[in-house]
Design a protein around this ligand. Structure first.
Ligand SMILES: [Mn+2]
Length: 248
């Protein structure tokens, strides 16, 4: 039985420079499919281009919290939100709103579930440091996930911090962020390796990868496009300090 590689990317957030670097790395590793865990848009300047690229190269795309809210954003007083919204074509807003919220797969006997933030909603956040109840909730079947086989592995995005935690036979992992990493300023993604659709035990791997890219080129692109909120974006990309924690 051949082992296949599945790349898991997330939280591109309109950072096309980082997305291109990660996709180049994925291509160099002979990956069989790419699954995107959401947050294509917002925070960075080229959400529209990121949506088109992911629609073309990713086999599965999942809706994140930004993808859910930004297409229907109506508060015109929030200038950066309206800038990111208006950068998207109407067909892209419709595409984002129609994306699924959860995706299940079977690899080397493991039932794996993928979603953006939690089993409840793309808007309910579970941090890397969480309670036992939050951990258990990630593996539960909900109205959002549907009644598939209860997973023993769950992968998600949203927090922009990569980690893996194994607890009594259950594995929770976060793939980190391609376009806006907040644990270190280097884009992160993951690769699952195993026998796809195999119900029996077989070798399995979970790998985390960091791909450096040209941060200053991305900041220059945002500046030349006149993106609002450029200063906190630049600090996030250079230092991985979240804008809410930056001193102003
Ligand atoms: Mn995000």
């Amino acid at each position: 039985m051949p082992l296949e590689k599945i790349a898991l990317i997330s939280d591109v957030h309109g950072n096309l420079t980082a997305l291109d670097a990660v996709l180049d790395d994925i291509e160099s590793r002979g990956v069989d499919q790419i699954i995107n865990l959401g947050d294509f848009v917002g925070k960075g300047p080229r959400g529209s281009a990121a949506v088109d690229r992911c629609d073309k190269v990713c086999d599965i795309n999942i809706r994140g919290n930004w993808d859910d809210r930004l297409p229907v954003w109506s508060d015109e007083s929030a200038v950066e939100m309206t800038w990111w919204r208006d950068e998207l074509r109407q067909d892209q807003r419709d595409w984002l709103k129609a994306l699924p919220l959860s995706h299940d797969l079977l690899v080397s006997g493991r039932h794996i579930r993928l979603f953006h933030a939690s089993a409840t909603s793309p808007h309910v956040r579970v941090h890397a440091k969480h309670t036992a109840e939050e951990f258990a909730g990630m593996f539960a079947n909900t109205a959002m996930t549907g009644e598939g086989p209860v997973p023993s592995m769950v992968g998600y995005g949203d927090i922009h911090d990569a980690f893996v935690e194994v607890e009594r036979g259950r594995t929770l992992f976060n793939v980190g962020s391609v376009g806006n990493p907040l644990d270190e300023p280097v884009p992160s993604y993951a690769i699952l390796e195993g026998v796809v659709d195999e119900p029996g035990q077989a070798p399995f791997g979970l790998q985390f990868i960091r791909v450096p890219y040209d941060v200053e080129a991305e900041i220059a692109a945002a500046a030349s496009l006149g993106m609002p909120a450029l200063a906190p974006y630049a600090v996030e990309l250079r230092t991985a300090v979240y804008r809410g924690f930056q001193e102003v």
